[in-house]
Design a protein around this ligand. Sequence first.
Ligand SMILES: *Cc1c(COP(=O)(O)O)cnc(C)c1O
Length: 493
Amino acid sequence: MKYNYESTRNKKIKCLASEAVAKGIALDGGLFVRNDMDSLKIDLKDLVGKSYLYMGKKILSLMLDDYTTDEIDELVEKAYDSKFSNDEITPIKKVGDDFVLELFHGPTSAFKDIALSILPHLLKKSLEKNNIKEEILILTATSGDTGKAALEGFKDVPGIKILVIYPNKGVSKIQEKQMRSQEGENTYVYAIGGNFDDAQSQVKKIFTDNDTKEELLKRNVRLSSANSINIGRLVPQMVYYFYSYMKLVSLNEISLGEKINFTVPTGNFGDILAGYYAKLLGLPINKLICASNENNVLCDFLKTGVYDKNRDFYKTISPSMDILISSNLERLLYHISGNDNAYVNSLMKELKENGKYEISENMKKSIGEIFQGGYSTDEETEEEIRKIYEKYSYVLDPHTGVAFNVMEKNREKGCKNVVLATASPYKFSKSVYNSIFKDEETKDVDEFQIMEDLHEKTKVEIPKNLKNLKNKKDIHTGVIDKDKIKDTFKVIL
Ligand SMILES: *Cc1c(COP(=O)(O)O)cnc(C)c1O
């Protein structure tokens, strides 16, 4: 067995893939990364015409190599079953000359379902493999979608509790209702004052807090994370890059080996990093286009090499991307710098102390060869949603609207485009409705009514889980101060 995962910040902190899944984050605050990515390759020819499950098994076995292939096969089959409303799991649609990769057919209608349908299985198996007997507490900060997808994935899993924290007023009405109505004996949900970055930094603090460590030890509880800082979230997301590419090959839209662009609506840099990992394994990707909303810290970083979070925070119509600290960028820095943990550690120190860092000219150049950035304002996104609906009768959610707009701004002649669609438009019914039917007054109309109206007009089917939501009881209504998370946390223990 190989100890081929290590902390981005310290080469000496090494572990197995399954241990990295169980830990979530390294004790020094670094993120677990595979340290031999250069030596991994996947046989593309073998994937042509294969199913999502086939590709999932291949890729997960390769990346999470201390799970046996039998174990991975079993977990993949458990995760990607009839919970998904589409047999293909992630179908691809042609919209004009471009392609939309629909990632929202899972149980909560967000792309987070893809990873969070399998993470609980990977984690349970890891506990078994590593003979871990403690109770597990999953601690998760959410900008809206992770929370619900994680709650659904972990609900009533024996030996595991889950606590989700979301920014009060920072999520859509539907997202809030999804979380508040969560069932399951082991689920805890709280709103906090502040935004997603506050929630995320509080959660990260708890992971490295000594006080908490003692408390946990005493109670025989172990913390883990369902955020995309967990490598068990990222690896399953690599699969749909391969799947969509192979689908385009099967449809004769591209030839095997032809390079294409992927445009990814980005927040925490997890989804797009999975695309980078797919490229490292040999998927022919020309550019990964990082699409932001007005919180365009990543877009600036890609242009200037300076990451600077000292700026205004905007609440936009794409709330899952209202983020100024993109955690997974740390992983990219590690790989691009040639596994230079000390360098990553120094940058992260600067980020912590000054809210800002600058990378070397060389690094900037290497990143620029693969990544490109762009952003879309709310106004542009609304216009994009309306235009695409009018031209093609296709309904984009606001996050996908951002990506579509950025893709159009970055078109390259002769290069096919795949845009990742990260949420069902019905999760953000009001913004979508107002974008398409601008002249109608919806100010006082209930969000669930708007959902029905949107369906009435566009004829796009409402996902079952969202349709039924209206009649669900609110179970979790607590709001806590962002500095009191630790206390709440003790109560749950
Ligand atoms: C989480 C999320 C994103 C951003 O994904 P990252 O992996 O955090 O970059 C984009 N769109 C939607 C709808 C999301 O829920």
